[in-house]
Design a protein around this ligand. Structure first.
Ligand SMILES: CC(=O)N[C@@H]1[C@@H](OP(=O)(O)OP(=O)(O)OC[C@H]2O[C@@H](n3ccc(=O)[nH]c3=O)[C@H](O)[C@@H]2O)O[C@H](CO)[C@@H](O)[C@@H]1O
Length: 387
């Protein structure tokens, strides 16, 4: 869709991965409700199958879908940037909106920046300051911050990180994370709530690059230990499509009767799986933000998290890929109901479901024409000198 023949300002929203679609969908729908803006959705093809499922789930038909080129990240990046150049040249864009920390978000920000189009960064300011963890996302997110015009920080801590990096506070807005907007949108629309009686299942997801190899083996060994120690407990594990994850998981866990390995779940099924869970074991960023909505505690399969708010709120503990620590932490929660209860979040520390409305309001403020100077405004000093 081109908006050139309409008054509303054309804004290009760029997605590439499953979580970007989830976190940008509420912004897209909020923009569609704003008369002054014409949102145009571009999907880069970084995630293909998982992404198409997500776009359908949020009633989004993308206006542009790039062709994913090559099989390496370099091929993808070059092809993505080349095709983005073509889209950027189609009309005078008023803004480019990217989310998070992926190669698609970085290429989209670079395309906007190189054309002098304001880049608006959703989920800005998350930091570990360890470029190796998460890799490459930590570096990509920091680079996007350097070339963005507006920074939508999900939490005060994220906003403070941006200010410490020298970004003007007038260009930073604490919005909450749009993932909570997306959750509340689908839960209300599809009546998603906890449906199981009793304890519920253990829900596991893993996909992070830094966990590939021995770490996946260690985590799977811990899950196998748990499945054998608690044969009455069900483990639900939607397995990421990447063979680096899928193959070892099936090798280690495929024969255990109470471990259910499935394909990635669609978003609705995933939210229901979280709602019905007793505990989450995950290296996902988004799930750290979603679990507190359903008051489900998390063991985070990472050494570090750029979401320390979930630790500070007592909803999660970092266990890395340490087999003994994972089993011990789970066993402790199984035995100590009070410790478990303390991990059930009072409120989600990542937002109230209004983040996308705040983003749209700030975008409209940026696009509004500057107020005319009052007629009685004093003449410039130089005029006085010429009298
Ligand atoms: C370093 C880091 O943490 N970066 C994060 C990473 O996102 P992530 O770690 O959250 O990635 P995933 O875990 O893949 O996605 C999670 C979403 O997917 C849904 N889901 C999951 C499994 C499934 O079977 N079915 C589903 O529906 C689930 O409910 C949730 O909403 O990249 C994003 C930019 O791409 C960033 O914004 C984000 O900071």
């Amino acid at each position: 869709m081109t908006c050139i023949d309409e008054q509303p300002a054309p804004v290009l929203i760029i997605s590439g991965t499953r979580p970007e679609i989830i976190k940008l969908a509420p912004v897209y729908h909020a923009l569609r409700g704003a008369e002054s803006v014409c949102p145009v959705w571009l999907h880069t093809g970084q995630h293909s199958d998982m992404a198409v499922q997500m776009l359908d789930c949020f009633d989004i038909r993308p206006d542009h879908v790039l062709e994913r080129q090559g099989s390496t990240l370099l091929d993808f990046s070059l092809g993505c940037r080349r095709q983005l150049e073509g889209v950027m040249g189609q009309q005078p864009w008023s803004a480019v909106i990217v989310q998070g920390d992926t190669e698609s978000a970085f290429q989209g920000a670079l395309a906007g920046f190189s054309h002098g189009v304001p880049v608006l960064h959703v989920e800005a300011g998350l930091r570990t300051y360890n470029l190796r963890r998460p890799f490459p996302e930590e570096g990509l997110r920091q680079m996007i911050s350097r070339i963005s015009r507006l920074h939508f920080a999900p939490t005060l801590r994220a906003a403070q990180a941006l200010e410490r990096e020298g970004i003007a506070s007038r260009d930073i807005l604490v919005t909450g994370n749009t993932v909570v907007d997306a959750q509340l949108w689908v839960c209300e629309r599809h009546h998603i709530r906890r449906r199981v009686q009793g304890r519920g299942h253990i829900l596991v997801t893993m996909h992070r690059r830094e966990n590939w190899g021995p770490d996946i083996d260690n985590v799977c060994a811990a899950i196998a230990d748990i499945a054998r120690e608690f044969p009455w407990m069900t483990v639900l594990f939607p397995v990421h499509l990447n063979p680096v994850v899928r193959d070892p998981v099936h090798r280690h866990l495929g024969a255990l009767p109470n471990v259910h390995l499935t394909a990635p779940l669609d978003y609705l099924a995933m939210q229901q799986a979280i709602a019905d869970a007793w505990l989450l074991l995950t290296d996902s960023g988004g799930l750290q933000e979603e679990a507190p909505t359903f008051k489900v505690p998390l063991l985070v399969l990472r050494e570090e998290t750029e979401r320390p708010e979930v630790i500070d709120a007592g909803c999660a503990a970092l266990v890395g890929a340490d087999r003994q620590l994972i089993v011990h932490s789970l066993r402790h929660l199984m035995d100590d109901g009070e410790a478990y209860g303390r991990m059930q979040a009072a409120a989600n520390p990542f937002g109230d479901g209004q983040a996308s409305q705040r983003i749209v309001a700030r975008l409209e403020q940026m696009l509004a024409p500057p107020a005319p100077a009052p007629a009685h405004a004093a003449a410039p000093a130089v005029a006085a000198l010429s009298i």
